[in-house]
Design a protein around this ligand. Structure first.
Ligand code: SF4
Ligand code: SF4
Length: 323
């Protein structure tokens, strides 16, 4: 048996929507098969008003043990560090977050906002938003770089905009069944089991990437061309299993003709959403992609690219899946 409390800060609720779609295991499976007791969740909790305040007080007083504190959304610190832009149960949410994070055995940040501040923290960041233990790529965030929960782990970050439901539920199960020690984290506290490979791993367009055949517009076939060369796909540089653990069990951005926007990296949103940087490959001299995974210099890259295009079979220019 493990208890879970889930709260929202500056959030769009996308991670909750994702979580409620979970399949392997589902949210019901968490309760019936894995002994997880959800103490409260903004979309599923029954307590309101004074009842909720009493529940939170009992948790902080230690009358109800808290095993896993899940936070979704940014920690809102504005205006002027007071946190009063985001009040919850008569207190700034940030004060609840501080107290609960120091009470729980484990703390889990779901989605980019909780991990690193995300879109709300893009300058000028009017809500003074930040993540639980990172602000963008800088370690620290709201709880501080040295924060360790009572269970001996830093904040476990499950990034994504939103995070995939299976990433969330499988981490919760690991913690609930006493396998926290098996969670290996990377430099951004992301579980390596999900964030070691790239969004490109398993992409159905990867042969077009090698042949340097570009998709030039959205909806250009379901699997024709690679979205890297013109449409800014960040699949080769983004740690995420989106083409191994599919969305809704059937698809991914790239499979549906949409470039990966690199949402699981802590620089997201890339280039702070500057005009001309979204869905557009940034290039040198209008030809060579600025960011590539190729280690060759730009001149060698151009020679390789030209050779790859010449070597590409004729059908690489067609959508072989459409008849
Ligand atoms: S579409 Fe994106 S993920 Fe797929 S092969 Fe091209 S660059 Fe890689
Ligand atoms: S494909 Fe890229 S943008 Fe889409 S969810 Fe995965 S990592 Fe995020």
């Amino acid at each position: 048996m493990a208890t879970v409390l889930w709260l929202h800060g500056g959030a769009c609720n996308g991670n909750t929507m994702s979580f409620l779609n979970a399949e392997y295991p589902s949210v019901c499976d968490l309760v019936t098969d894995f002994g997880i007791e959800i103490l409260w969740h903004p979309s599923a909790g029954l307590e309101m008003g004074d009842q909720l305040k009493a529940l939170l007080k009992d948790i902080l007083d230690g009358k109800i043990p808290l095993d896993i504190f899940v936070f979704e959304g940014t920690v809102v610190q504005g205006p002027n560090g007071t946190g009063r832009y985001n009040m919850f149960a008569d207190r700034p949410m940030k004060d609840w977050v501080w107290d609960l994070a120091h009470t729980a055995k484990y703390v889990v940040a779901v989605g980019n906002c909780a991990c690193q501040g995300n879109i709300p923290a893009v300058p000028p960041n009017p809500t003074e938003s930040t993540g639980l233990q990172f602000h963008k790529t800088q370690k620290g965030g709201f709880l501080g770089a040295d924060f360790i929960s009572k269970g001996g782990l830093p904040v476990i970050n499950i990034p994504g905009c939103p995070a995939h439901y299976d990433w969330i539920t499988q981490v919760l199960v690991a913690l609930a069944v006493g396998r926290a020690g098996d969670l290996k984290l990377d430099e951004f506290n992301r579980p390596l089991t999900f964030f070691k490979t790239f969004s490109q791993t398993g992409c159905t367009r990867v042969q077009f990437h090698e042949w340097k055949i570009a998709s030039e517009e959205f909806g250009q076939g379901t699997r024709k061309g690679c979205l890297f060369y013109e449409l800014g796909c960040r699949g080769p540089m983004t740690h995420a299993p989106c083409n191994r653990i599919l969305w809704n069990g059937v698809s991914s951005k790239q499979r549906s003709g949409h470039p990966c926007i690199g949402c699981t990296e802590f620089q997201f949103p890339w280039f702070d959403l500057a005009p001309g940087t979204i869905f557009k490959t940034q290039k040198v001299a209008g030809v060579i992609p600025k960011e590539t995974v190729y280690e060759a210099d730009k001149f060698t890259y151009m020679i390789h690219a030209a050779a790859a295009r010449i070597a590409a079979p004729k059908w690489a220019e067609e959508d072989m899946f459409v008849v």
